[in-house]
Design a protein. Structure first.
Length: 171
């Protein structure tokens, strides 16, 4: 392990909380400033990061309580498992975007933009079409947002495992 990773692995719970907050902020920025409305699977991916953020904060407190240090390794494994869950949701979403498999039925293709005419039609009783899970609205270097989320989540799961192994070595 390089000296560069040690400070991050030694404070992995804090790093996980900061990364989760950063990923949520990035998703919110894409939504707010980029105009990318989240689909159902986008929101599921965010739920994983909210869970990581909440549990990470709880773990930061728990390991400082009497008897808490014995849980340091386990908390890293739990965070790693959550990052793997996030990776799984993101892979499922990316696969649905690229038509490798069907997405959820509640998330079929439909229009995602809203304008004054759409709002007027909605007020007159028209049906609302949510953003589609099976369309990749943003692609960079061949990967959609969901694809990048899968890559990042997999890397974070690996770093969580490294942090857990490092905690075990400290005993």
């Amino acid at each position: 392990m390089t000296n560069v990773l040690r400070p991050f692995l030694d404070r992995w719970r804090l790093v996980a909380v900061l990364v989760a907050a950063g990923m949520l902020a990035t998703a919110h920025a894409f939504e707010t400033f980029g105009g990318y409305a989240p689909c159902t699977l986008c929101l599921r991916q965010r739920e994983v990061y909210w869970t990581i953020l909440g549990l990470g904060l709880a773990f930061m407190v728990a390991v400082r309580l009497p008897g808490g240090p014995r849980w340091r390794e386990a908390t890293c494994w739990v965070l790693g498992l959550l990052f793997l869950v996030g990776c799984g949701v993101a892979v499922y979403h990316a696969g649905a975007e690229w038509k490798f498999w069907p997405g959820p039925q509640a998330c079929a293709s439909g229009g995602a933009s809203v304008n004054a005419a759409d709002l007027s039609a909605f007020l007159e009783g028209a049906k609302v079409k949510p953003p589609a899970c099976d369309e990749a609205p943003w692609v960079f270097a061949g990967l959609s947002m969901a694809g990048w989320n899968a890559v990042i989540s997999l890397i974070l799961a690996g770093l969580s495992a490294l942090a857990a192994v490092r905690e075990r070595a400290k005993r």
